[in-house]
Structures are given as structure tokens and as C-alpha cells.
Design a protein around this ligand. Structure first.
Ligand code: NAD
Ligand code: 44H
Length: 451
């Protein structure tokens, strides 16, 4: 209950140096954007204000607008907590309710960057995000024609290339799409990025902590770990904030950094999420505190992932792997296993199946990666933990996955059913006999305690 505690606003908290002008339009101003890009952008200075655009609901607009878009970032290490109010977001809008305001931002030459954090499923053709981008770029072409950069900050392999391809594919479906595609090719850049900061969904307890520390009610507070990293391909059409002055790394080639992050951090996160949730652990920190799961995670990184990586010269991969496990072990974050487990059909191909394919290609069956995939299969098929508590299947393909898994049947039926989902496993993996056999064995082993 907030009682009479005043709301966070410029009247209740002093925030120096707020930018006056919106120069970045951000699609998907969820927890991660607020704790990552908004913080880097505020630190970099130079007057780059952000307008956040929500796609699916006005919830974040309703949280931020009464606060003049101010919000708190709560930074939690194992032993310390600090709060910082961020003022770089200057406007927020719900696209469906305010299409004219959205169009005005897209056509405004002062807006130089459209960035995105819309989750992996936000890039699917049915999400509406790509359509929104194409409509916005079309409006810009018809008015100012000013060059602009589209900056994906989602955990996708080749996020810049993916968003560019999706945009051009959508143009190809329009009646006069060829000329729009050609304008986009000449005027719009799509740099790739690697983004990293663990930012769990905010809870009521987090908001209560902000109330007690700052003495204000903040409905838009977010929580993150102290670590943050941003590697950005330096390919911008119309300028950018000086992010390199505040710790971001600008480079010609993001791909090796992105592969290290997705295959080491995100894949191990998913392994711990599925194995941990099935074992009855609520949080990633609890899962990695289990010696069996910690060893499985460490061995997965060392034996399955490492041989597939081209490690950039400036990355000490042994230290990186150790640090990832230390970050996961931070108990103050309370990152829920079921949050990391969501959208597995979209995440597995990006985080785990590249490693599986690369190892199979050299004649090795990566048994620890296989166990992680098997844990996802058991999570989908059985749908409850070892104490019988239900596990949510929050996934855009949930119905298809449930039907394919066919309930908690025999291991071979679960594996064959889920392997047949081509959107996840492609055309190659379902026919790989050694992979199938290893999956059946791992599913049998992991499912036994939860049946
Ligand atoms: N949270 C983290 O630790 C973290 C770290 C690195 C990268 N990321 C990236 O940021 C993304 C968002 O994470 P978050 O913590 O902000 O999540 P969030 O749930 O707080 O926000 C997700 C945002 O994406 C939008 N979205 C979700 N599904 C969509 C769909 N189908 N179509 C259109 N928009 C959709 C939501 O409306 C919301 O604005 C992640 O999926 C990941 O790609 C997150
Ligand atoms: O955010 P998602 O849903 O793509 O993935 C869940 C986590 O693995 C992820 O958010 C990590 O916390 C993050 O990628 C760390 O930078």
C-alpha cells in the first residue's frame, strides 16, 4: 500500500540535466531498456532524450506518465543496494491509442535512432513491431526523408541483420514496396548490438524498497545487477550519443561478442532455468547454489560451448565463464527460473541449438547441451516440478508445443513429438539419430523425479 507516500516526480526528486529533445524513439520500454540503454544514454549526455513506445498494453505508459517519465534503477549486488533516478526518458506513448503522435516522432528529423527491446518473439511477422517500423519508415520517407538508424537491443543472433531482413521482407509484401525498400537501403542503417545486464521483472517488494529508501512511490522502478555491458557496431546513419565515453564498446564486428554472450550466458541461463524450475527452485540463484546444477552448468560451458566459440582477443573466456556463474549466484536479484524459462521455442534456437549443430558437425554429441534441451522438453511435456507444483508454459507456440509433446508420455514420444516442431529444430536436427538417442536418454533421466 502506498498510503500517503508521494509519487516520484520532478516535484519530489531532483534530477539534473534532463534532455529537452526526443532524439531516440524506443519500441518496448520494458524493464531491460530502462536499466540498460536509458542509463547509458543518460550517462553519455549530449541531449539525447528518449520516447518509449509500448506495443501491447498501456501499462508502462500508465506507470511512467504520472511521474513525468522518471523512474528508479535499483542496483543490487550480493551485499549492497543503491537507488538512482533516471531522467532520460522524456515521453511515452501507447502506439495503438496514439498513432498520430507515433507518426510525428517517426517523421521528425530530430529523431535519429529507433531502438528496440521487444523480446525474441517481437520479431515474428505476427507481432506488429515490424509493421510499425515499416509504416514509420514509410512516413519518414514521405516527409523529411532524413536518414535514421534502427538499433535492435534484443538477445538475437545478428539482431541488426535480423531486423533489417524482416523490414525488407515486409516491404516486399507491399504494393509499391520496391521503392520503399530501396529508400531504406540508402537511408537507414541497422547496426548489430550485444547487450548485457541481468534485469529481472520488478516485484511489489522492489517497489516497497524504493518507497522506503527514496520516500516516494515509483510504479516504474526496475532492478538490475551492477554489471552492464554494451557492444555496438559503429554504423549509424545520423549520429548517436557518445556511448563509448561511458563504457560501451563500439566495434566493426559484434558477432563474436554476441556469440560468446548468447552461447555462454544466455544458454547457461536457460539450462539453469529449466533444470532449476523442475527441481523446485524459484530463482536462478537457488538453482546455481545446487552443486549438481552448478557443475552441470560449468561443464556445459567448458566442454560443449567453448569449442564452438571464436573468442575475441580482448575477452578472457575463463574469467568470463566464472563471472557469469558469480552473477547468476547473486541472491539479491531473485530472477525467477520461470521468467527465464518463458518463450523457450524462440530462445532455444538462438542460445543452444547453434552449439548443438556445431558439435554434431564435427562428430560430437554435446551431451550437456542435449541435457539442457531435454530439460526444456520435460518442462513442456510434464508441466510441473518435482513437488507437483505447476510450471507455466508462457510461449507463443504453447498450444503447438503441448500438442506435439502429447502429455507426460514415454521419453521417446516426448522427444519425437517436440523434435517434429520444425520452427524450433529445423529440417536437420529431427533426423539426427545420435542426437535423438541422447535426447531420449536425457529426457528419461530428467523426467524420472518429476513424474
Ligand atoms: N531483462 C534482461 O535481463 C535482459 C538482458 C539483456 C537483453 N534483454 C532483452 O530485452 C528483452 C526485453 O526484456 P525486458 O526485461 O525488458 O522484458 P519486459 O517484459 O519488461 O519488456 C518486454 C517488452 O517487449 C514488448 N513485447 C513483448 N512481446 C512482444 C510482442 N510479441 N510484440 C511486441 N512487443 C512485445 C513488451 O510490450 C515490452 O515492452 C528481452 O527479451 C531480451 O531480448 C533483456
Ligand atoms: O530476456 P530474455 O527473455 O531474452 O532472456 C532471459 C535471460 O536469459 C536474459 O534476460 C538475461 O538475463 C540477459 O540476457 C542478461 O544480459
Amino acid at each position: 500500500m502506498s498510503g500517503t507516500v508521494p509519487r516520484l516526480s520532478p516535484a519530489t526528486v531532483e534530477v539534473p540535466h534532463r534532455p529537452d529533445t526526443v532524439r531516440i524513439l524506443h519500441l518496448g520500454p520494458g524493464a531491460f531498456h530502462r536499466a540498460h540503454q536509458a542509463v547509458f544514454t543518460e550517462d553519455a549526455g549530449g541531449g539525447w532524450g528518449i520516447c518509449g513506445v509500448t506495443q501491447r498494453s498501456p501499462a508502462v505508459v500508465d506507470q511512467l506518465r504520472p511521474q513525468d517519465c522518471l523512474f528508479t534503477v535499483v542496483e543490487r549486488s550480493r551485499t549492497t543496494t543503491s537507488c538512482r533516478v533516471v531522467g532520460t526518458i522524456r515521453d511515452v506513448l501507447f502506439a495503438r491509442a496514439e498513432p498520430e503522435r507515433l507518426r510525428a516522432y517517426f517523421t521528425d528529423p530530430k529523431v535519429r535512432i529507433v531502438s528496440l527491446t521487444v523480446t525474441e518473439k517481437g520479431y515474428r511477422p505476427d507481432s506488429g513491431v515490424i509493421g510499425q517500423l515499416v509504416a514509420g519508415l514509410e512516413a519518414r520517407r514521405a516527409t523529411s526523408e532524413a536518414p535514421i538508424t534502427v538499433l535492435s537491443c534484443d538477445n538475437l543472433t545478428g539482431n541488426g541483420t535480423v531486423v533489417r531482413s524482416r523490414v525488407l521482407e515486409a516491404c516486399a509484401r507491399l504494393p509499391h514496396g520496391d521503392s520503399l525498400a530501396s529508400w531504406i537501403t540508402d537511408h537507414v542503417r541497422f547496426p548489430g548490438t550485444m547487450v548485457d545486464r541481468i534485469v529481472p521483472a520488478t516485484t511489489d517488494a522492489d517497489r516497497a524498497e524504493v518507497r522506503s529508501v527514496l520516500g516516494v512511490t515509483d510504479e516504474a522502478a526496475v532492478v538490475g545487477e551492477p554489471f552492464r555491458q554494451w557492444v555496438i557496431e559503429d554504423d549509424f546513419a545520423a549520429g548517436r550519443p557518445a556511448w563509448e565515453t561511458v563504457g560501451a564498446q563500439l566495434t566493426d564486428d559484434v558477432a563474436p561478442y554476441e556469440a560468446v554472450k548468447l552461447r555462454v550466458l544466455n544458454a547457461t541461463h536457460s539450462l539453469l532455468a529449466y533444470r532449476g524450475a523442475l527441481a523446485g527452485y524459484d530463482t536462478i540463484a537457488e538453482a546455481v547454489a545446487d552443486p549438481v546444477l552448478a557443475e552441470e552448468a560449468a561443464e556445459f560451458m567448458e566442454h560443449d560451448v567453448l569449442p564452438t566459440l571464436v573468442v575475441p582477443d580482448d575477452v578472457d573466456i575463463a574469467a568470463y565463464r566464472r563471472r557469469v556463474l558469480e552473477r547468476f549466484a547473486n541472491p539479491a536479484l531473485r530472477h525467477r527460473t520461470t521468467q527465464v524459462a518463458m518463450d523457450g521455442s524462440q530462445k532455444l534456437p538462438l542460445r543452444l541449438l547453434g552449439t548443438v549443430r556445431d558439435r554434431l558437425a564435427v562428430g560430437e554429441v554435446p551431451i550437456r547441451a542435449v541435457r539442457a534441451v531435454a530439460a526444456w522438453m520435460v518442462y513442456v511435456a510434464v508441466g510441473r516440478d518435482r513437488d507437483g507444483r505447476p510450471l507455466p508454459l508462457d510461449d507463443p507456440l504453447a498450444d503447438r508445443l503441448r500438442a506435439a509433446a502429447g502429455g507426460a508420455g514415454q521419453p521417446h514420444a516426448i522427444v519425437d513429438g517436440l523434435l517434429s516442431v520444425r520452427e524450433v529444430f529445423g529440417e536437420d536436427l529431427p533426423d539426427h539419430a545420435a542426437l535423438r538417442a541422447a535426447l531420449v536418454e536425457a529426457v528419461a533421466d530428467i523426467a524420472a523425479p518429476v513424474r
